[in-house]
Write a protein that binds this ligand. Structure first.
Ligand code: FCB
Length: 451
């Protein structure tokens, strides 16, 4: 196991997100979110699944804490449901929502598990989408006020704060591709949403510091290694550049270099006049952070196409995303630990910050075997190879501080509903029974083997 021996200070965790696990969608004053609306819209989520019940985590925190302890987790990354805290999105704070997370934090700390809190993992209050959602510039103020309410209540105990999870998904995937809530199909809107999300992030950073003196402030991005075809043409390299801008530069640029990546605003000028960018925004967006969260699962292969490909990403109209190399996971995602290492290293260079892997993992069609266990050897292989890649990155000088497996539990996988299982722990959605998978035991063994 030596290749999986990590520095003593390396932090071992697992991650979840509110809408994916909590359920209790209408309880204790929670308002509706855009994912409640989206999942109820026919054809948007596989099987018509919703997060109404999910893993029923809202009612099962003690039981799920026992699982975390069984896995030997040192840290737990979860997100706060904005519509539990502010059912209308702004204004009055729902104390029951605060209390739920406050109890969770207390129980984690009592169990010796460090909470890593993400403020926004995509469940925007529906009331705010009714006012334009992330297309409305006021969203930055709404988010700053919500942040003050949460950090004001939990900042005495929580120090690891992440503003946004994967703003790529809540902008491009949600407003251009239409695969996530609110399901729009407009590249110009997607650019504006990305900008407003980053502005909200930048506005929230000083608010977090104000309410939590020892805060370690972060954002979690999902950068993707973009792979060119063999013997690329000039045009293929331009496809790589455009895809890299749309997947990576759009966020690395403003957040870490106070500038949009070269060429991107020009490449997307047919979609928008970019009037959503105001003087001074980039200074706000590039507020200094303490670390960067990286979520990464797979690389993306591209080439240039002479004809439009139907690619909805801004500026990528002639970028073709080609078939992943095998093996792939149950999501169809290429398994490529080398590319994982590369994007982690690039993220550290771009940001100049220590990095936490805030999500990594794989989906497989798990089944409970006759012996009552879940023998998920493919997930174990994926886990080990990606941890080895992280270890290599550390050996080569990259400051990676911790790893959070996605996910603690099987859960609501967005547009795929409950059809994709990512958990280290199996969930029987009929009975809500949890079974630690073989991969969960393996993860516990790896954690337990560290000095
Ligand atoms: C990431 C999301 C997370 C989960 C994994 C599989 O994009 O942050 O919620 O769905 O993918």
């Amino acid at each position: 196991m030596s290749e999986l021996t990590f520095p003593t200070s390396f932090l071992w965790g697992a991650a979840t997100a509110s809408y994916q696990i909590e359920g209790a969608a209408t309880e204790d004053g929670r308002g509706p979110s855009i994912w409640d609306t989206f999942s109820r819209t026919p054809g948007k989520v596989l099987g018509g699944d919703t997060g109404d019940v999910a893993c029923d985590h809202y009612h099962r925190v003690p039981e799920d804490l026992v699982l975390m302890k069984e896995l030997g987790l040192q840290a737990y990354r979860f997100s706060i449901a904005w519509p539990r805290i502010m059912p209308e999105g702004t204004g009055a704070v729902n104390q029951a929502g605060i209390d739920f997370y406050s109890r969770l934090v207390d129980q984690l700390l009592a169990g010796g598990i460090r909470p890593f809190v993400t403020l926004y993992h995509w469940d925007l209050p529906q009331a705010l989408d009714d006012r334009g959602g992330w297309l409305n510039r006021d969203s930055a103020d709404w988010f700053a006020d919500y942040t003050a309410a949460v950090v004001g209540a939990l900042g005495d105990r929580v120090t690891n704060w992440t503003t946004l999870n994967e703003p790529w998904c809540s902008s491009l995937l949600s407003y251009a591709v239409g695969a996530h809530a609110p399901g729009h199909h407009d590249g110009g809107e997607a650019m504006a949403a990305a900008h407003h999300l980053m502005l909200a992030h930048g506005r929230a950073v000083p608010v977090i510091r104000e309410h939590c003196a020892d805060a370690e402030v972060s954002i979690t991005l999902n950068p993707s290694q973009i792979l060119a075809p063999e013997d690329p043409t000039e045009a293929d390299l331009d496809a790589v550049r455009r895809a890299d801008n749309a997947y990576n530069g759009l966020f690395f640029g403003p957040i870490f270099h106070a500038a949009y990546p070269e060429g991107m605003l020009e490449d997307t000028a047919h979609l928008t006049d970019h009037s959503y960018i105001h003087d001074g925004d980039l200074e706000v967006i590039s507020a200094p952070l303490d670390n960067l969260g990286v979520n990464n699962y797979f690389p993306i292969r591209v080439r240039w196409s002479e004809t439009p490909t139907g690619n909805a990403l801004p500026g990528c109209e002639q970028v073709e995303e080609t078939t992943p190399r095998t093996p792939v996971t149950d999501m169809g995602w290429e398994i490529n630990a080398g590319a994982h290492k590369q994007i982690v290293q690039r993220s550290a260079v771009e940001s100049g910050l220590p990095v936490y892997i805030t999500e990594n993992g794989s989906a497989w069609p798990d089944e409970v075997a006759p012996d009552g266990a879940v023998h998920d050897t493919s997930r174990i292989d994926y886990l080990r190879s990606h941890l080895a890649a992280v270890r290599e990155a550390i050996d080569e000088g990259t400051d990676v501080r911790g790893y959070f497996a996605w996910s603690l539990l099987d859960n609501f996988e967005w547009a795929f509903g409950y059809s994709k299982r990512f958990g280290l722990v199996y969930v029987d959605y009929e009975t809500q029974q949890r079974i630690v998978k073989d991969s969960g035991r393996e993860y516990a063994a790896i954690i337990g083997s560290q000095h």
